[in-house]
Structure formats: structure tokens, C-alpha cells
Design a protein around this ligand. Structure first.
Ligand code: ZN
Length: 307
């Protein structure tokens, strides 16, 4: 069979895809910058080394290759966590930690130095973001090109101006990241003092409970499956969701925002949807309400802001 024509087309397409991604990469890289970079100290590097060792132990526990994090991630310290989030408008904000797309660096705020335990917690959390799937993809839709920027399961669709058009599985991704962070540090009650994303983790735990109670596997084995999907950016482990919670459950979960970034109460309605107390008919009602919501405003993005 002669498929040369097909090959030529795909070569042309992949050239455009590469160009589109390079263009988006340039825009994204120019957006997020520390207001002032602080030199890293030996103490900073020691915390990152400790965090790396702990993450590697937990990778072994999940039967994942330690090579995912064979060396400590590079860090950039921003004075007081102050960063410019939009180089055009010079808009700034304060962060504790951030993973950056198209970069092997983790950005940290130097205010973390005041609390070494919390510092380590943030580095482990960002470390998991760094080693979970980070593969950008370009897709074509009716003559337009879009890119998907991915962090674990969190997928943002951006246009050619690097403006965010939509995003999915942000809350779920943070829930898995934070659950892994708590598991990695295993510091008992003291460690829980620093644990975040409580609401998002509750949604995740309710899902794990429901799936394991339906004989889809032991809870711990199921959790391993979730973590593998998160690391590989493979959503197939979620395909049973509609079967057990009702049609549309996967789309409802995709909408869960991190609670701190949600001004609409959506996070609570998604939480209610997945609650073990909620009946099937209540679920249908919540689902329909959620999908009547208009989508949020378009914003220019540059990285993945944590907390
Ligand atoms: Zn995060």
C-alpha cells in the first residue's frame, strides 16, 4: 500500500506542531519570573537532597522506577516567594513553591527557610509534580491549533497566545500530589500539620472507597493504579467512574478546582457529588447544575502555581 502521501502530510503536520509548541514555550517561559532571585545555600540543597531520597523511597513502594528522580531537582529561590506572573502587565503574586513547564527547575519562596519541616513538605509536593507526566501536546481542531500543557493529570488547554481556554483534573491532581506527599514524609500527626488540599483529598478518598467497595480491587492496590496513571498521564484508570457514580461522573471530577482557587463553590458541589452520603438521584441533580455553569475567564498562564 502506498502511503507516502499520508507520511508527507504527517511530516508537515508535525513540523507545525513543533513550531506551535516552541512558540508556546517561549510565551510561557517569558511569563513567570521571580521578582528577585536569592542565591541557594548549602542548607537549601540539603533539604532538596533529603526530599529526593524520601521521594525515591516512595517510588519504590509504588513499584515505579527511581530513575524518575535520580538527581535532586534544580531549585530557584525567589525572595519572599514574590514572582511576576505576567511579564506584560507586571502582575505579581506570592507563592510557596511552583513547578515550571519547559524547565527542570522548581521555584521556591525563601520565606520557607523559617520553617524547615514545611519547607521539606513543599519540596516533596513540587517534586511529585515534577516527576508526574509533563508532556505538552498539540492538537488540531477545525484549522486551529491548541496545545495541552500537562502536569500529572492536570491538563490545561491553551491557544497560540498561551491563553488558557480550559482546564481539567486540577483538583484531583493536587489531591493525588498531596496524598503522595503525606505518604512520602510519613511524619505522623506533626506532618499532618502541614498537609493541604484536605477537601480535594477527601474527594479522592471517597472515590477510592467506592471503587474498592465494588470489588474493583483492594484499596491499596487501587491506590497504586491511581499513582501509576498520575505518573504516566494515563487516565484509563478512571474509566469505571461513570459506572459506579453515574453517567457524567468523570466530567464532574474533571471540574473539581483546588478549593483556594475556587470562588464559586464548585469545589463543594463536586465534593457533595462524590460524597458517600449522596443518593443517585441527588447526584444527577448536582451533575446537571454543574454543567449549567458558564466556563471561567481566559487567563494567560506561565506555570503551575501551588497553594
Ligand atoms: Zn501542587
Amino acid at each position: 500500500m502506498d502511503n507516502r502521501l499520508g507520511n508527507q502530510k504527517s511530516i508537515a503536520q508535525s513540523a507545525i506542531e513543533r513550531e506551535t509548541l516552541e512558540h508556546i514555550e517561549t510565551l510561557v517561559r517569558s511569563n513567570i519570573k521571580p521578582l528577585e532571585v536569592v542565591p541557594t545555600s548549602e542548607e537549601d540543597l540539603e533539604i532538596v537532597r533529603e526530599a529526593t531520597l524520601k521521594i525515591n523511597e516512595n517510588l519504590r513502594y509504588h513499584r515505579l522506577p527511581e530513575t524518575l528522580l535520580s538527581t535532586s531537582p534544580k531549585i530557584v529561590m525567589a525572595r519572599d516567594g514574590r514572582i511576576v506572573v505576567n511579564s506584560m502587565t507586571q502582575k505579581t503574586r506570592q507563592v510557596e513553591g511552583m513547578t515550571l513547564w519547559f524547565s527542570d527547575e522548581i521555584l521556591l519562596g525563601d520565606q520557607l527557610r523559617k520553617d524547615p519541616s514545611f519547607y521539606k513538605h513543599v519540596v516533596v509536593h513540587e517534586g511529585w509534580h515534577k516527576i508526574s507526566d509533563q508532556s505538552p501536546r498539540v492538537v488540531h481542531a477545525t484549522g486551529d491549533f491548541f496545545a495541552y500543557l500537562q502536569t500529572g493529570l492536570h491538563r490545561q488547554r491553551v491557544n497560540q497566545s498561551a491563553q488558557r481556554i480550559s482546564q481539567h483534573f486540577w483538583g484531583l491532581n493536587e489531591a493525588i500530589t498531596e496524598k503522595l506527599t503525606i505518604e512520602t514524609l510519613r511524619e505522623g500527626i506533626k506532618g499532618l500539620e502541614y498537609a493541604g488540599y484536605t477537601h480535594e483529598r477527601m474527594v479522592l478518598d471517597n472515590i477510592l472507597d467506592k471503587l474498592s467497595s465494588n470489588n474493583l480491587g483492594e484499596r491499596e492496590a487501587l491506590w497504586h493504579v491511581f499513582v501509576h496513571g498520575y505518573i504516566n498521564g494515563d487516565y484509563s484508570f478512571l474509566t469505571d467512574l461513570d459506572r459506579f457514580f453515574g453517567q457524567g461522573a468523570l466530567r464532574v471530577l474533571a471540574k473539581l478546582p483546588p478549593i483556594q482557587r475556587d470562588g464559586t463553590g464548585l469545589a463543594f458541589r463536586v465534593g457533595e457529588y462524590f460524597s458517600t452520603q449522596t443518593t443517585d438521584s441527588e447526584r444527577l441533580k448536582i451533575r446537571d447544575e454543574i454543567f449549567q455553569e458558564p466556563s471561567g475567564p481566559i487567563t494567560i498562564i506561565g506555570g503551575k502555581i501551588h497553594r
